[in-house]
Design a protein around this ligand. Sequence first.
Ligand code: SIN
Length: 485
Amino acid sequence: MKRIDLNALNGAFIGGRWTPTADDRRFAVTNPADGSHLADVADCGADEARAAIEAASAAQAGWAARPAADRGAMLRRWRDLLVEHVDTLADILTAENGKPLAEARGEILYGASYLEWFAEEAKRLYGDIIPSASGHNRILVIKQPIGVCAVITPWNFPNAMLMRKAAAALAAGCTLVAKPAEDTPLSALAVAALAAEAGVPDGVFNIVPSSRPAEVGAELTGNDRVRKISFTGSTGVGRKLIEQSAAGIKRLSMELGGNAPFIVFADADLDAAVDGAIAAKFRNAGQTCVCANRIFVERSVMADFSARLSEKVKVLSVAQGHESGAQIGPLINKAALEKVERLVADARGAGAKVKVGGHRHEAGDLFYAPTVLEGVTAEMDVAREEIFGPVAALMAFDSEDEVIALANDTPYGLAAYVYTRDLGRAWRAGEALEYGMVGINEGIISSSAAPFGGIKQSGFGREGSHYGLDDYVSVKYMLMGGLGA
Ligand code: SIN
């Protein structure tokens, strides 16, 4: 296994060069599992963001002009390098994010799968020839890269969310400036090192780490050379970025917060539903946008489901991500831990029962014990807010109509899950749920082959699949005339 030198990952990556800020300002990256110091990274501001935009802008025409097959081949080489370095990249990811090493490894391969997918899709950016109303001409439709894209990525999937955006953007012929989350910039810098090794030309892929997201965000959204913003993160920040981008009429993709319902009907395979709930709830210690937030269980099977779930949650191994067998790592920071504590306290105060957990965990300062709450109701904060922690909130329901209404009673619309053996009910629920994605008898729905994205206040735009490329192209229509009679 080749090592990526962590000490080299301390600059911004602008125009193919590792670049300090003008005043050599840096910020510290720490390990959430134990608070240890990992690295000091260039703390970019508006000046560095502007320099990165200029580098991307200078590279744009050349990158767009390359044959799609060349762009695809480069993405494929980049993917191979991610796979070759999977252990090192997973090590870095676990260190800065805290997730268990096995999950971090899975995330690197998940991120690499987007490069593989879009390396192929680059070659399939088809247009159309449409018969026109007149016999003298034809309507031609081509798809062209939007131009310089700025992407702002989250700490919960520091590799995969960046690769999901970068792979589609680069495949379409766009260049890119990325601002990774301040908690987890090292994973982004590590893949930049590999992009250079894969032969991605200077300026095509730039990274500006920063502890001042508002300053960098203002430059990215305010700069006329940036033609598109793609963001994954909270609805609040997404709303602000949309407002800031309005003046420049930029293209936008927003993957925002969720409040996923996970519905278990009495006719479901309960063991499969329990396993699905564990996967959908406790992946990344409950810190995913698609995490099961409200687990609705038909009243007649609630006691059985709750007992089976609790047995499995009790034995989840809570430990530092680098420890062998770890299944639940720390939360990302103190604010996240305090939010989970507040939600559990509020639910308890309003009558919910703690079946498992319900307290901090001794594994470290930012660990919270995997928790099962029974008797949660729609008014409780834990059912209205995105938990982003390892807390399963169980809510009873009596009928299909009731649960669909409860599930849709939220401003969010990212992911939903349904467990039932009744095919008619599966279709009805799948169509009635106001969500961008619905897992039917499946707790993990993410895949590079599928269109990931939400509706309502969970955002818009799709990532992955052939739909993902559309987010990075403009459709141009040309009318070809003079064709004779
Ligand atoms: C997210 O939490 O934003 C993404 C999760 C995924 O891709 O599965």
